[in-house]
Every structure is written in C-alpha cells, then in structure tokens.
Design a binder for this molecule. Structure first.
Ligand code: PAF
Length: 274
C-alpha cells in the first residue's frame, strides 16, 4: 500500500493506473466495519482501490465536534493495509482548501431538509470535498454507505447534475450485533446511552415488520416508532422515497425511513430501506 499526503504525490501515483478501474472509498477515518465493507466491495469490483482519510472541516458547523472527531491514523493505516488498499490518500487541510474558493452548493430543498435542516450548510461542505476528491482520484466507482442516506442521494444527484462520469455504488448499512448502526461517533456514547440508543434500530425494525404485515400508512408507522423511542430525544422520523421526496404512503422498494436522535451530546442517525 502506498500512503500519499500531497496532491502532487497522489497524481504521480495514480498516473501508473491510467488504464485500470479505480474503486474509491472516501472517509473521515476512525474506520470501522462499515468502512471495511465498502473497501472490501471496492476491492472485489475494481483493479485498484483508493481510500481517502480527511476530516473535512467544511462539513462541520460551528460548535460541532470537528476538534474532537476521533482520529486514529495509525490503526486506520493498518486496517487499510490488511484490506489490501492500493493507495491511501491522507491530505492536510491546506492541500485541500485555499482562500476565497469557488464553492458547490447542495440543492436548496433536498440539501436543507432533515440533516440539512438541523445542520444547515453541512451538505455544501460534503459535496464540496467529495467533488474535489472525485476530481483528484477520478474513480470509476465510488462507494458510499446507505447509513448516510441523504448524503448518498445528494452525491448521486451531484454526479448527475455536474455530468461526472463516476458510478456511485450504494452499500448496505452495517450494524453491531446489538442492532446499533455502526458510526465513528458511537465512541462518544456512555454505556447507558448506548443501551438507550438501541431503541432507534428497534423502532425501524418494528416499522418494517408492520409494513410486512400490510400497514402502509405513514402516520400509523410514525406513531408506532415514536412509542418505541419514547425515552429518546428524537429529532425526526421521516418517510422519503429514494430520491428524497416526502411520502404519505409506503412505496415498497422505493422508501427510506430515517431517524435522528440525540443521546446526551451525541447525535445518531439510522435508517431502513424498504
Ligand atoms: O461520509 C463521510 O465520511 C464524509 O461525509 C465524506 C463522504 C468522506 C466526505 O467528507
């Protein structure tokens, strides 16, 4: 595995893979099994696998956890090596950003609802850095987890709207054995908060079960889920189609149910694709 830190090193390294398919997994590090599953899939489907680790400041709002976001560079390098990554790109902030730059804005509706409503501007920062990374790596396929469903949908839209010739591969959400969706931010949870947080995946599971029994009315499912999460500080329960339009009735194979909740200082998001 080659570890590169600068853009010129990255360009030089990628030159040799001109005619090869490149699978790209952009991350902010603190890699867990969710990331590893993306890397494995990229490994399986491409000649070359590039992973980036960059804690992107422009997607954090003032007062969010940028400074304490978990950084585990040495462990991450080992994980990437074991997962047979070819190139690990770990740029620093000055390489990625300059002053008074051209910017990318998330769409004004889909980028500013749900996560984008609670974290206004977050998706501008996500799209800005992903666009830069795509331009640098020029991947054939880029891998994103369904856990960040809104991010995934917006990246798919960016690729389409900006005519980028990149295939976005949505990958399954990975859960711990107790059902909690894997996230680098889970390390912030106390034991008690973690136990309480299990209500999130339980609520999604109970909604899916009810849908399986024929219940398609969103308001019924929403109140069922609220009951399961009655001890949590729930920010939203949302029912969207796969292009992120709000729906009133479940559309089988075209619905995402999303939840965001706060456990102490930690925000957790989770979802299920129906
Ligand atoms: O999902 C993430 O880890 C980040 O939002 C991403 C896509 C790497 C952009 O910084």
């Amino acid at each position: 595995m080659i570890i590169v830190k600068t853009i010129s090193e990255l360009k030089e390294t990628l030159k040799q893979y001109n005619d090869k398919s490149i699978g790209f997994v952009p991350t902010m590090g603190a890699l867990h099994d969710g990331h590893i599953s993306l890397i494995r899939r990229a490994r399986h489907e491409n000649d070359i696998v590039v992973v980036s680790i960059f804690v992107n400041p422009t997607q954090f709002l003032a007062g969010e956890d940028l400074d304490k976001y978990p950084r585990k560079d040495e462990v991450d390098k080992k994980i990437c090596e074991l997962a047979k990554v070819d190139v690990l790109f770990m740029p620093n902030i000055n390489d990625m950003y300059g002053d008074d730059e051209v910017k990318i804005l998330a769409p004004s509706v889909k980028g500013y609802i749900l996560e984008g409503f609670i974290r206004p501007g977050h998706f501008d920062g996500v799209l800005r850095v992903v666009c830069k990374l795509f331009n640098l790596v020029k991947p054939t396929n880029a891998y994103f987890g369904k856990k960040d469903a809104q991010q995934l949908v917006l990246i798919q839209q960016m690729v389409k709207d900006l005519f980028m010739d990149i295939n976005i591969v949505p990958c399954e959400l990975i859960r711990d054995s107790d059902g909690l969706a894997l996230s680098s931010r889970n390390v912030y949870l106390s034991h008690e908060e973690r136990q309480k947080a299990l209500a999130i995946s339980k609520s999604l599971k109970s909604a899916a079960k009810k849908i399986g029994m024929g219940e398609l009315d969103v308001s019924v499912l929403q109140s069922l889920m609220s009951d399961v999460m009655c001890e949590l500080d729930v920010e939203y329960i949302a029912f969207m189609d796969r292009e992120f339009n709000k729906i009133e009735k479940i559309e089988i194979k075209n619905t995402i149910i999303l939840v965001a909740a706060r456990l102490g200082v930690t925000r957790l998001i989770d979802n299920i694709w129906i």
